[in-house]
Design a protein around this ligand. Structure first.
Ligand code: SF4
Ligand code: SF4
Ligand code: SF4
Length: 179
């Protein structure tokens, strides 16, 4: 069984937000909400400043507190791909998962359930790329099986410097940012 993950080349991301628009269209994300977003982090001291532009979303953590705290089992890990999903009709909207996520990756859908990035499971379970990955004009995002040493994501992680967000939280994120 694969274990899906994403590798994003921050050197190639230009912050155009095509990934955000593609996600909203593909997944019918209601106006005013988003499953992915762009963050710019500036580091250093003037005049030696560098900026890292990141396309962020749920990290589909290997150790997901949102799943562990869900009282109904709505938040769960799918066997295939180890993708973290929410079963809408099992969600009671208690927001425990929102409080537990260090990445602020979830929101309450106007219909009352909690929603977030699904790694476009409806596409990726059939071998297609997520919508955000497929539209990126600079091809800065890569999606694949982290447990397959021959996959592009595994090869990139072996050869390029990378980091995850808030590793100290212990959630073991599966989105990697190459620097
Ligand atoms: Fe859960 Fe947040 Fe990790 Fe996504 S990023 S799996 S919502 S803890
Ligand atoms: Fe589970 Fe829904 Fe409560 Fe989140 S809001 S913990 S998915 S029941
Ligand atoms: Fe949105 Fe799919 Fe990309 Fe997740 S993987 S941010 S659901 S387009």
């Amino acid at each position: 069984m694969p274990r899906f993950g994403m590798v994003i080349d921050t050197r190639k991301c230009v912050g155009c937000m095509d990934c955000v628009v593609a996600c909203q269209t593909e997944n019918d994300v209601p106006v005013g909400f988003c499953r992915d977003w762009i963050k710019t982090e500036v580091r250093g001291e003037f005049p030696n400043l560098t900026a890292e532009i990141r396309s962020e979303r749920c990290n589909h953590c290997d150790n997901p507190p949102c799943v562990q705290c869900c009282p109904t089992g709505a938040s769960h890990v799918e066997d295939f791909g180890k993708v973290v999903l929410v079963t809408a009709n099992m969600c009671i909207g208690c927001k425990a998962c929102i409080a537990s996520c260090p990445y602020d990756a979830r929101y309450v859908h106007p219909d009352g359930y909690v929603d977030k990035c699904t790694f476009c499971y409806h596409r990726t379970k059939d071998g297609k790329d997520p919508a955000c990955v497929s539209v990126c004009p600079t091809h800065c995002m890569y999606f694949g099986d982290l447990d397959d040493p021959a996959s592009t994501v595994s090869k990139l992680l072996r050869t390029r410097q990378h980091h995850t967000l808030l590793p100290e939280a212990g959630t073991k994120p599966r989105i990697f940012y190459m620097t």
